[in-house]
Write a protein that binds this ligand. Structure first.
Ligand code: DGJ
Length: 578
């Protein structure tokens, strides 16, 4: 008995030490999943290096100080299998060590990307000895029998070789980083997916395709029936919700069944690597996906990657993976991010095309989608000038983290994002209507009307209390009104750029509504702006006053705005009058 108690106490001690030792982990707060680093919620203000930018020490030394100047708190860096194991069984971790050393020197956390068996579908970062020995490490095949430069996910030898290098590298990482905790997450492989065909047609793959569907997948679908991704629910339902049979019997005969099958096998492979990682150095793990955009079909886009519509397949086969992450290079940013912020998937954007818009988009995802982070691709190509919108945006977001973190997952924040097409968003809060618009909907900036392309405007709105808000970001304007006000005649009047009524009869509509107003009476209260203060945020999340903006800067109390090109944090207090 005594022995059992002692054993129990020791294992409790061991477990709590182990948890304490883990410097980064995911934690739920309300509906959000937060990344906790060194005991605090951490928003990844990141950037991913171009593919070849961490392949020599000189580049790492040159680039990392610039990243710190840009205000990044995290860099996403490839770990290249071919440079780690150039000769079979001989390992070289010098680049990894250099990355960690430079990251620590420049106050950056690191997310490593394991460029192992697959990188953008292909096996380009597998070592030459692996590539040449295609008999031992077989390729995936198209339907017509063409071998691809894609290692087959059905080969035990491929997995053994990839996993051996991965575990050696993880062991090294653990030995040099467990104490420090510079590495905060690991991405396993990069943009996995089959190209040219929706699935591998090698002999082994065909055998698996004609075999019964693994029972854990069916059990998962049954157990999670009410929470399945709508796409998966439809696919399974339309083919009769069968509980056994081979892949085509259960899901029907089409390309998407091939994709589901392939996703199961890619995810099962990744699960084994994830378990390796967990057993050695337990940091959050994710996989990234190239999008199924532009109406392409599986195989035209990388089929079976960790895509939103396949989340149930990935979850059931790879439960050790924490989330699926989108790489965003196409239009419809707001649509894509919404697809990856799911009840069972937090949003993290490991790659987004490097553009001027990244700055406002960062605000948007943290507030609208409780994002874990964002990371423009090929970040070393961006300017580190203080007026670069990304640099301005990261500086403000870094300040805002202690203020925003307690509110994530609690329904108190909204993200705003506007361009020339999507100019306005109307929000309601308590008994207020908030009309939020692109700053160029105001007539004062010549770029609004001279044919210039409007830079995206956006930011966040945080409700601190009734009638008290934080507005932060760039290029936006917000008007506040009681919801009863919208029916009142004053709303129909058009004001000129000076705030006075549009010139009399020259503006017929305005004139008529003004005439009408004189015959109608007001009822109900109005919402006024008590003050707008530009503020900074202290490390404890409290606000520090910089200056009051109650004159021209808020149009004498008519709205709250931040010009295009400026990034600001505003503290707004509203009041009610009759
Ligand atoms: C997405 C990939 O994940 C990156 O490694 C890189 O190849 C970019 N595409 C290129 O734009």
């Amino acid at each position: 008995m005594k022995k059992r108690i002692l054993f129990l106490l020791l294992s409790i001690q061991f477990t709590s030490n182990y948890l304490l030792a883990q410097k980064s982990f995911l934690q739920k707060q309300g509906t959000a999943t937060q990344l906790i680093v060194d005991g605090k919620p951490f928003f990844v203000l990141g950037g991913e290096l171009g593919n070849s930018s961490a392949a020599c020490t000189q580049d790492i030394e040159r680039i990392f100080p610039k990243l710190e100047r840009m205000g990044l708190n995290t860099v996403l860096v490839p770990a290249y299998w071919d440079l780690i194991e150039p000769m079979e069984g001989q390992f070289n971790f010098s680049l990894t060590d250099q990355v960690l050393q430079q990251a620590r020197k420049n106050n950056l956390k690191v997310i490593f990307l394991w460029f192992g068996a697959w990188k953008n579908s292909m096996s380009c970062y597998a070592p030459l000895w692996f590539k040449e020995n295609y008999k031992k490490y077989p390729r995936a095949y198209t339907r017509s029998g063409k071998p691809l430069e894609i290692a087959s996910a059905f080969s035990e030898a491929v997995y053994q070789a990839d996993n051996r290098a991965f575990s050696q590298w993880m062991n090294h990482l653990a030995s040099v980083d467990k104490e420090e905790g510079t590495v905060i997450m690991i991405q396993i492989e990069n943009e996995i997916g089959m190209l040219e065909d929706a699935r591998d047609h090698s002999k082994e793959a065909n055998k698996a395709f004609n075999a019964s569907i693994p029972s854990p997948l069916i059990e998962y679908l049954q157990k999670n029936e009410k929470k399945l991704h709508p796409w998966m629910l439809k696919k399974w339902t339309e083919s009769g919700r069968k509980k056994q049979g081979n892949w085509q019997e259960v899901f029907g005969e089409d390309l998407y069944t091939d994709e589901i099958f392939m996703a199961w096998h890619y995810a099962s492979y990744v699960e084994k690597l994830a378990q390796t990682a967990r057993s050695i150095y337990n940091v959050p793990l994710y996989v990234n996906a190239a999008m199924n955009s532009r109406n392409r079909k599986p195989g035209e886009y990388p089929s079976a990657g960790p895509l939103a519509h396949l989340i149930d397949v990935w979850h059931s086969a790879a439960p050790s993976i924490d989330f699926l992450a989108p790489d965003l290079y196409d239009d419809d940013f707001t649509g894509w991010v919404a697809q990856y912020h799911l009840h069972n998937n937090p949003l993290f954007i490991p790659e987004i095309r490097l553009t001027e818009n990244n700055g406002v988009r960062a605000f948007y995802v943290f507030a609208e989608h409780d994002a874990i982070g964002i990371s423009p691709f090929s970040i070393e190509d961006a300017s580190d000038a203080p007026n670069n919108p990304l640099v301005q945006s990261y500086a403000k977001l870094k300040e805002l983290i202690p203020l925003l973190a307690p509110y994530q997952g609690k329904g108190r924040m909204r993200g705003l994002l506007f361009d020339q097409t999507h100019k306005e968003r109307i929000l309601t809060e308590d008994d207020l209507i908030l009309t939020c618009r692109h700053n160029f909907t105001l007539p004062w900036d010549p770029r609004a009307t001279d044919g210039s392309v409007w830079p995206e405007g956006g930011g966040l709105l945080l409700k601190l209390a009734a009638n008290e808000y934080i507005v932060a970001g760039s290029g936006l304007v917000i008007e506040f009104a009681k919801n009863t006000e919208k029916t009142m005649p004053a709303d129909k009047k058009k004001l000129g750029e000076d705030g006075f009524l549009q010139a009399g009869k020259a503006d017929k509509e305005s004139w008529e509504s003004n005439e009408k107003e004189t015959t109608q009476t007001w009822s109900g209260s109005r919402c006024g702006i008590g003050f707008v203060d530009e503020v900074t945020v202290n490390p404890d999340g409290s606000l520090k006053y910089i200056r009051r903006l109650n004159g021209d800067q808020d149009h004498q109390g008519r709205h709250v705005r931040i010009s295009v090109g400026d990034f600001k944090i505003l503290h707004v207090k509203l009041y009610e009058y009759r």
